[in-house]
Design a protein around this ligand. Structure first.
Ligand code: ADP
Ligand code: ASP
Ligand code: MG
Length: 406
């Protein structure tokens, strides 16, 4: 079999963890598999590098930031090969440039466009374990670009898709995908399977266990994907096209704290205002999430929406720049907010879901600032300090009461 194994930061955090992962790779290699490995930077290396950069310049250019962050993954692959060499496993480490992982130009948030797998294939055919840097690609200029936080999952799935691998295993620090973040919701249960569509929504809403683009790619190319722990032998969660329905009405609860709210107060109430506003943000590549518009009164209205917290400053300056075009009284924002969501394909056909959700939020005594729904999710914006408590209450309500709604 040809297997792609991806190990996240916590799985390679120190020398002992690297040796542990190397033993797992050796086991798979010794079993006769061809093995390509994708690695993240060790432990908190990426966060530490960001901090280091900010000590020198609080707003460094994205290009130089990518140059810096890409070094984290490069350390991991070299160290892993040293561990494998020590175990007499033939291996080679490669970075994105050596593997020809082509990506779009946008620094810090690039997307993989294509991979020329010739080098990887040749090394695999020569009997080597190929250990590849996650999270990075090269753009048209040949510059290194990164794929967004958590992007190593996407590197792994892209390599698996291009190599037509039999399996892509994502090894992390939890046993699989749970009904909620097991670190914050003690009653969370492991799912044995989840569908691509639900996982995509779950990941996009903040369940960081998989990078959302990795799920998108796995669905598109039919990659067999498993999420499991690098520290235990427990069976993981299979992510696939059609997953069997579990007993819960929803597949899970997600919390996203990388959120900020922007409100534009007293904006002119006339056609084209929303268009001009959101076009200005789109030009800066800023994604807008929950949007709320008040009813117009005396020729003006308010528009509120959320953006990723990491985009807040850029979004505020983009709006200030079009103040003369859209004319508003005040630009307001709040950073310490979070989005709490439930996800589940069965929701659309079950009338009780919304009421159970809002009842749980009410019982938690948590105030809802904004609401957004789709066929398979409900999201609310709350104060960040309330988010984990609300998630626990919502999760418990669905665990305990979902059977009565069937
Ligand atoms: P890695 O470094 O291996 O990529 P991440 O930190 O990116 O690991 O993702 C794993 C973490 O995702 C877990 O430690 C867990 O706290 C968090 N997480 C959030 N939601 C979920 C969920 N629904 N199921 C499992 N883990 C989750
Ligand atoms: N090292 C990167 C990050 O911390 C990429 C990854 O781990 O997936 O976001
Ligand atoms: Mg991750």
């Amino acid at each position: 079999m040809l297997i792609v194994m991806k190990f996240g930061g916590s799985s390679v955090a120190d020398a002992a963890r690297i040796q542990n992962v190397a033993r797992r790779i050796k086991r798979s290699y010794d079993a006769g598999n061809k093995v390509a490995v994708i690695l993240s930077a060790q432990g908190d290396t990426t966060d530490d590098l960001i901090e280091k950069a900010h000590e020198i310049n609080p707003r460094p250019s994205k290009r130089e930031m990518d140059m810096l962050l890409a070094t984290g993954e490069q350390q991991s692959v070299a160290l892993m090969c040293m561990a494998l060499e020590g175990m007499k496993v033939p291996c080679i480490s490669l970075n994105a440039n050596q593997c020809r992982i082509y990506a779009t130009s946008n620094y810090s948030n690039a997307r993989i466009k294509d991979i020329n797998c010739e080098r990887i294939r040749n090394e695999l055919d020569a009997g080597k374990v190929v250990v590849i840097t996650g999270f990075q690609g090269i753009n048209r200029k040949g510059d290194v670009v990164t794929l967004g936080r958590g992007g190593s999952d996407t590197s792994a799935v892209a390599v698996a898709a291009k190599l037509n691998a039999d399996l892509c295993e994502i090894y992390t620090d939890v046993d699989g995908v749970y009904t909620a973040d097991p670190r914050h919701v003690k009653t969370a249960k492991k799912l044995s399977e989840i569908s691509f569509d639900e996982m995509l929504e779950f990941a996009s809403l903040g369940a960081q266990v998989l990078h959302n683009r990795s799920v998108e790619l796995a669905k598109k190319y039919g990659v067999k994907l498993v999420v499991r722990s690098s520290l235990s032998e427990a069976e993981g969660t299979i992510v696939k096209e059609e997953a069997k329905v579990e007993s819960m009405l929803i597949s899970g609860v997600a919390v996203d704290k990388n959120v900020a709210r922007i409100s534009i107060i007293g904006v002119e109430d006339k056609p084209g205002t929303a268009y001009k506003l959101f076009a200005a943000l789109a030009r800066k590549n800023i994604s807008v999430d929950i949007i709320l518009q008040s009813i117009g009164r005396n020729g003006s209205k308010d528009i509120s929406f959320t953006v990723a917290r990491s985009d807040l400053q850029e979004a505020l300056s983009a709006i200030e720049n079009i103040k003369d075009v859209i004319k508003f009284d005040k630009l307001d924002h709040k950073e310490n907010v979070a989005k709490v969501s439930i996800v589940g394909a069965g929701m659309a056909t079950n009338a009780g879901v919304a009421s159970l959700f809002f009842e749980a939020v009410y019982n938690a005594g948590v105030n809802v600032n904004m609401i957004s729904t789709s066929e398979i999710k409900i999201s609310i914006l709350v104060d960040e300090k309330d988010a984990d408590f609300a998630a626990n209450k919502i999760h418990d309500a669905f665990i305990h009461q979902s059977s009565s709604l069937h």
